[in-house]
Ligand binder design. Sequence first.
Ligand code: ADP
Ligand code: ASP
Ligand code: MG
Length: 470
Amino acid sequence: MAKAQRPLIVMKFGGTSVGNAERMQQVGRLVAENFEHTRVVVVVSAMGGVTDMLIRAAKEASSGDREAWKGARQELARKHREVADAALSAGEQAAVLPRLAEQVGNFENLCSGFSLVREVTPRAMDTLSSLGEVMSATLMAAILRSQGLLAEAVDSAEFIVTDERFGNATPLFEEAYQRTRQRLLPLERRGAIAVVTGFRGSTPSGLCTTLGRGGSDYSATIVGAALDADETWIWTDVDGVMSADPKLVPHARIIPEISYQEAIELSFFGAKVLHPKTIQPVIRQKIPVWIKNTFNPSCPGTKIGPSPANGARGVKAITSVSKSQLITLSAKGSLTFAGLAAKAFSALSMEEVDTLMVTQSSADNVLCFAVRDADLKRVKTILEKAFELEMLHDQRVSIEVMPHVAIVVAIGENMKGTPGIAGRSFGALGRKGINLIAIAQGSSEISISFAVKSSDVREAVQAIHDEFHL
Ligand code: ADP
Ligand code: ASP
Ligand code: MG
């Protein structure tokens, strides 16, 4: 696609950034400032806390509680109404309030249905949990118009075509890209700013899906890749990607530049600042992704791009998954280690389960791996089914689970070429009296993982962070 003169930037604003009227107006000013010299497509999350509230309400309704979700209905209406009252002209209010009321009506219909049938299917949950994005996009577009810009709220369910994995859908890229261009380019050509709902998509037959929690980051890069944008900016509530989660390590530092690969590892291993799939759509076109702070826009933030030829060596950041469990599979008798591993991993891969780290003792036929708490029940069922026969035969395979484990991960490209990283980490943990349960080097060779007790996670992250002077 030929580039027009003014660069095109997709800007995504997270839940905190659009958390109330004042913040949405600040977003409006940021967009307006940038729109003076770039073309802009906006992607928004639901207002902070709204998605959690919607999901909670659906669960309460489906458990037969007829009252709890009515409180959520009030809160949903109040929160969005407050923004309309504070930030919109009378004309815009007249246009927007009926649309917000329509969404609140949708919420009410869905929840009363759930409470009647005492069930919420993943498919219905997606329709409900992404209503917050529809409401915030409606408000955000109206705020931009109130600030004198041409803007239109656009529902991404119209063009982000996905598979049918409700709750964690993946785009059918070719079709999604084509439909995104069809829907957004005409707006862009007439100088209007599209304000796109993050998080939402739809199946080819038009059923609403969502891209997984935190999925608006992913929406932004999908739109960026479809439009061959010059850059994608993810506006959030921290100054950029930091050397550790600032909530665990208050003195963590901003990393000015990281590679796509490092960002993928960081987000896979729990750094909430990016949805784990965010980077994937932009790799081929090498579109840079910037992480920026809505509350401190003069800070340049972090640039995520292709690896620099002479990138810095050693550890760049520490991250962690605090809620995980360690599974140990042991085999005796005729089952070889390779047989054990092959059977376990092929069963897990068929069900698309992520393993966080893997260690082994081939001589003893023992395989050990970590999975997220949320996956444990599923994993146990899969393994019990895969080894049903062996277990019937006098426990030729046994499965043990160690709960309350955290995986702490040191990340940095070229770490492999830097000696002593594992040793220094051991030392740092040992000096704090933290017991190391297992260690593994990531196959990508840009991460090393340490399993520790969940209760040690904060101290372990701090110890390794400080050891490498991050
Ligand atoms: P948004 O609502 O804008 O999408 P999120 O809450 O999803 O924001 O992500 C931002 C949060 O990610 C930060 O407030 C921070 O606590 C957390 N975080 C975790 N790890 C990191 C890291 N390495 N660098 C920056 N932020 C991180
Ligand atoms: N609102 C959705 C969530 O809370 C998506 C997002 O914020 O990225 O998960
Ligand atoms: Mg997020």
